[in-house]
Design a protein around this ligand. Structure first.
Ligand SMILES: CC[C@H](O)CC(=O)C(=O)O
Ligand SMILES: [Mn+2]
Length: 340
């Protein structure tokens, strides 16, 4: 019999972690990870290109494997876990959503910039019609006040989102800011509230606990921190912490530790740590998925990634404006030349 859970976890390494490995997942890796996560009784596993359905492109980076093959593999490997997909309107299409649903994905997470919830209407409604569980995912939530966040979250709720997430894409939030926003959403909405953190300021766990304290019941984690930037709230650690707090997730602690150690660690191209670049993401409030793009641009133009990221933060560059990373690197290189 399934135990009642207090918090439902979505494991995002097979989607958010795709950024950290330049979207190079193979069917074998996804099958092994999904099977083991299913055995550990993780309720939801998100699978897609890092930038969501349709993300495989010159702008965002080509996937090694067609994401629908990865979704199909994850669905076949799981009995208990539900497979979630992320979709950013404008990158992914309604057709992509239908294809994912036909393959057996049963949760649609529709992500927009925090001020652009209105573009999620059609996608959330279609997901509902397809019988999927629906999530509205407000990215870069740190860029707006609690009042603005409530306004945008209410739009998603009105379009049929079963859950609305506060998404700390840049890992820039401080715990008191998370508390204020989750409390405001909990008071204004009647749907579930979720939190998705990034660990760039080493606050993903603290912010997640702050969110739970204020009533968030849907939480994202990435196993072994395999997510963009310094990764997300580390799933296996979170399960241990929540267990100590007597908060039920239904996930087997030993099994999830083993997935991290035996299946995910070998996939990592380098350990997920807070280095000067990921720290800069959180400090400057920059989208975590910009990290590898900034690293590549830094190398090409012989400038520091850190300087690029600080400048992107000043200009408040958001998802979809990845081409600006190259422009900023080129401008910095030009400034460096003229100042010598
Ligand atoms: C590019 C989509 C992005 O990675 C979604 C996400 O996980 C976030 O904003 O943190
Ligand atoms: Mn993320």
């Amino acid at each position: 019999m399934t135990k009642e859970t207090d918090i439902k976890i979505t494991e995002v390494a097979l989607r958010d972690g795709s950024h950290a490995i330049s979207h190079q997942y193979t069917v074998e890796q996804v099958t092994a990870a999904a099977k083991a996560l299913d055995d550990a009784r993780v309720p939801y596993i998100e699978v897609a290109h890092g930038d969501g359905l349709g993300g495989s492109s010159l702008q965002y980076g080509f996937s090694k494997t067609d994401e629908f093959k990865l979704i199909e593999a994850a669905v076949s490997a799981t009995d208990f876990s539900k497979i979630a997909v992320l979709l950013l309107p404008g990158i992914g299409t309604i057709e992509d959503l239908k294809e994912a649903a036909a393959l057996g994905a049963n949760m649609a997470r529709v992500a927009t910039h925090v001020t652009e919830a209105d573009v999620s209407e059609q996608h959330l409604q279609t997901a509902k019609e397809l019988g999927m569980e629906t999530v509205g995912f407000l990215m870069m939530s740190h860029m707006v006040s609690a009042e603005k966040l409530v306004e945008q979250a209410k739009l998603m709720e009105s379009y049929g989102a079963d859950t609305v997430y506060v998404v700390d894409s840049a890992g820039a939030f401080l715990p008191h800011q998370v508390k204020e926003r989750i409390k405001a959403l909990r008071e204004a909405l009647s749907v579930n509230i979720g939190f998705h953190g990034h660990n760039n300021l080493s606050l993903a766990m603290g912010n997640t606990l702050a969110a739970i304290e204020e009533g968030a019941t849907r939480i994202d984690g990435s196993i072994r921190c395999l997510g963009a930037g310094a990764g997300n709230t580390q799933t296996e650690v979170l399960i241990g912490v929540l267990d100590r707090m007597e908060i039920e997730t239904g996930i087997d602690l030993y099994k999830i530790m083993d997935v991290a150690e035996d299946i995910i660690a070998p996939i990592l191209q380098k350990p997920q740590e807070i280095d000067r670049d990921s720290l800069t993401l959180g400090y400057a409030g920059v989208y975590s998925s910009f990290l590898l793009h900034a690293n590549r641009a830094a190398e090409k133009f012989s400038v520091e990634s850190r300087d690029i990221l600080i400048e992107l933060g000043k200009r408040e560059i958001i998802g979809g404006q990845e081409d600006m990373i190259i422009d900023v690197a080129a401008e910095l290189a030009e400034t460096n030349k003229t100042s010598v």
